[in-house]
Ligand binder design. Structure first.
Ligand SMILES: [Zn+2]
Length: 317
C-alpha cells in the first residue's frame, strides 16, 4: 500500500477516534481568514487561530526545553495518537492544525532539529506525498521542538507561494547549476531562493552548497537560520529556501497594544500569517507584515548575490 494512501487513511481514522484532533480539525472550519496585499503586489492571508498559541508563544530556550517531556518522542505521545512509518520517520496527524490536512513527521530518534543530514528525506517525503507541501522550521525559525528533528506537511493549495511561483510574477530564473534551475524572487517582500529539478540528488548537492554559503554568515548558530518548503509536482522537485536573519521580530517583544504575537515560520513565509490572538488578527496591516518580514528575512538582493556566487562556483568546477 502506498504511503499517501496510508496517510490519508490515518487522517480519517484519527479524526474519528481521537477527540482532540477531531475537535481541532472541526474548529478549523470556523477559523477566520482575511487577506492583505503587500507593497510588492503579493497577497498574504491572515489566519486567526487561537489553538496555535502553543507554537507562537512556545518557550524554546534550552532550559524550558530540558524541563518538559518531549511531545514528539513516542513514549510521550497521547494514547490515541497513531502513526504511519516511513523510513526513519513516523508520520502523525498534527492535533493543532493550520491546514485541513496537517501532518507532523518526527524522526524516530530524539535528535536535534538540524536539516542538513535529513534534507534528502524531505524530498523523498515530498515524492511520496504529492498532495502535500513539506516544510521545515529551523530551531530558531519557528520549531517548537528544537530538540527533536521533525518536518511538517500540509495540503497543497493553501499557501499562496505555490501559485505565486507558477504564475511567474515574482520568481525569475537566475541560472542553472548542473540539473537544477535556480530562481530568485523580486517584489515579494522577502528573500526566497527556489531550486527546481527532476533529480533529487542534484537538488541535495546544490542545497548543501547553499547551506555552506549561509553558514559563513552565521558561524555562531548551530545551523544557518532558515525555513524550507518542498513539494513534488509534474515530475519536478520544487524547494523554496527562506534564509533568515532573526528569530522573532521586535513587535513580538513589545508590550500592551504595540505587541504583535507573530513568531514567523515556514507557513508565514509561504504567505499565511498565523495570529493566535484576536486583537492581532484585527489590527494587523500590510505595513506590519512587511516590517516583520524585513526584520526576519534576508532581502532579495542578498539572495541574488548568494545565487550568483553559487553559479560561479559551479562553473569553476
Ligand atoms: Zn523527542
Amino acid at each position: 500500500m502506498d504511503i499517501l494512501y496510508k496517510v490519508n487513511e490515518l487522517i480519517e481514522s484519527q479524526l474519528t477516534n481521537w477527540d482532540l484532533a477531531a475537535i481541532n480539525f472541526k474548529g478549523l472550519n470556523l477559523v477566520k481568514t482575511r487577506s492583505l496585499i503587500l507593497s510588492g503586489g503579493s497577497e498574504v492571508k491572515i489566519q486567526f487561530n487561537p489553538e496555535r498559541i502553543r507554537s507562537s508563544a512556545a518557550k524554546v530556550d534550552a532550559r524550558s526545553i530540558q524541563e518538559r517531556p518531549c511531545f514528539l518522542c513516542e513514549q510521550n505521545r497521547p494514547e490515541q495518537q497513531r502513526g504511519v512509518d516511513f523510513e526513519d520517520y513516523t508520520i502523525l496527524v498534527n492535533p493543532f492544525p493550520i491546514f485541513n490536512k496537517h501532518l507532523t513527521i518526527p524522526h524516530k530518534k530524539h535528535t536535534l532539529q538540524l536539516i542538513q543530514p535529513y534534507f534528502k528525506s524531505m524530498l523523498d517525503l515530498a515524492y511520496e506525498l504529492p498532495e502535500y507541501t513539506l516544510f521545515y522550521n529551523g530551531p530558531k525559525c519557528g520549531a517548537s521542538a528544537p530538540d527533536h528533528f521533525h518536518f511538517q506537511a500540509g495540503n497543497k493549495g493553501f499557501m499562496p507561494i505555490e501559485e505565486d511561483f507558477k504564475s511567474g510574477r515574482f520568481a525569475k530564473l537566475s541560472g542553472l547549476s548542473n540539473d537544477v534551475a535556480i530562481y530568485t524572487w523580486k517584489n515579494y517582500n522577502r528573500g526566497v531562493i527556489t531550486l527546481m529539478s527532476s533529480e533529487s540528488a542534484a537538488i541535495v548537492s546544490l542545497f548543501n552548497e547553499l547551506y555552506d554559503l549561509l553558514v559563513q554568515s552565521q558561524k555562531d548558530e548551530v545551523e544557518p537560520m532558515l525555513n524550507v518548503l518542498s513539494y513534488f509536482e509534474e515530475g519536478e522537485y520544487v524547494v523554496h529556501v527562506f534564509p533568515r536573519i532573526l528569530h522573532r521580530p521586535a513587535s513580538y517583544f513589545k508590550e500592551g497594544t504595540e505587541q504583535i504575537l507573530i513568531s514567523p515560520a515556514s507557513v508565514d513565509m509561504g504567505g499565511v500569517f498565523i495570529t493566535p490572538r484576536q486583537e492581532d488578527y484585527e489590527k494587523l496591516t500590510a505595513n506590519d507584515v512587511e516590517e516583520i518580514l524585513n526584520q526576519v528575512c534576508l532581502d532579495s538582493q542578498k539572495c541574488e548575490e548568494l545565487i550568483q556566487t553559487l553559479i560561479e562556483k559551479s562553473i569553476q568546477k
